[in-house]
Write a new protein. Structure first.
Length: 208
């Protein structure tokens, strides 16, 4: 877990202000919608369109930009939810927030698992990994910050359930980061030739 640059509680994360529970749910649902919107572009990622990343075209910039937008949105939500007296949610409010968070976790895991399935491209195209890894580390930090802030405001058993959901999501994020962060990369002659062919194909597509 990463320590937040924001004011933290004893369990990391920000100390949430006492907003109506419906506002917290809406903030989480916004992040869920943004994650779901990236699933289709992520499914389109391929070794053929990966070279387009070099010129800012194709689905790769869409996915990376989408993650950057999620980071910015979550950071804004953190600021809005951390201004004022510390929040405390129980009963139906806690359940609603916990349910919204679980849906977010599922949507984000679906997106990350799709990325993990595409990570094999790194054995042939080295420049894809660094920008994806960087944005995933940003996601890891902001998700932990906002999640621990919310969990710290929840009363009763819902908090424990949310901790379990967060642990599962953190594991998926870590797996995605690892997938796009090979410790050793070697491009052999065959890979160079295949990459050159794919780059030529991509340029032909652009010229159509």
């Amino acid at each position: 877990m990463r320590f937040s640059i924001f004011t933290t509680t004893a369990t990391l994360g920000v100390a949430l202000a006492q907003l109506p529970a419906v506002d917290v749910v809406k903030n989480v649902e916004t992040l869920t919608a943004k994650s779901q919107a990236l699933l289709a572009p992520a499914q389109q990622l391929s070794i053929t369109n990966a070279p387009l990343l070099l010129i800012g075209a194709g689905p790769w910039p869409t996915v990376i930009g989408g993650f950057t937008d999620i980071i910015a949105t979550a950071t804004g939500a953190i600021g809005a939810m951390s201004a004022g007296p510390k929040a405390s949610y129980g009963g139906d409010d806690a359940t609603a927030i916990g349910n919204a968070f679980r849906v977010f976790v599922k949507a984000h895991q679906d997106l990350l698992n799709t990325l993990i399935g595409k990570a094999g491209f790194l054995t042939k195209i080295p420049f894809v990994g660094p920008p994806v890894t960087a944005v995933l580390r940003g996601i890891e930090s902001v998700v932990d910050t906002i999640a621990y802030g919310i969990i710290g405001s929840i009363e009763g058993p819902v908090a424990s359930i949310m901790k379990g959901d967060l642990a599962a999501l953190d594991g998926t994020i870590a797996g995605a980061i690892t997938s796009f962060s090979p410790t050793v990369f070697r491009m052999n002659v065959d890979n160079v030739m295949e990459f050159s062919e794919k780059m030529a194909e991509a340029m032909e597509v652009l010229q159509m």
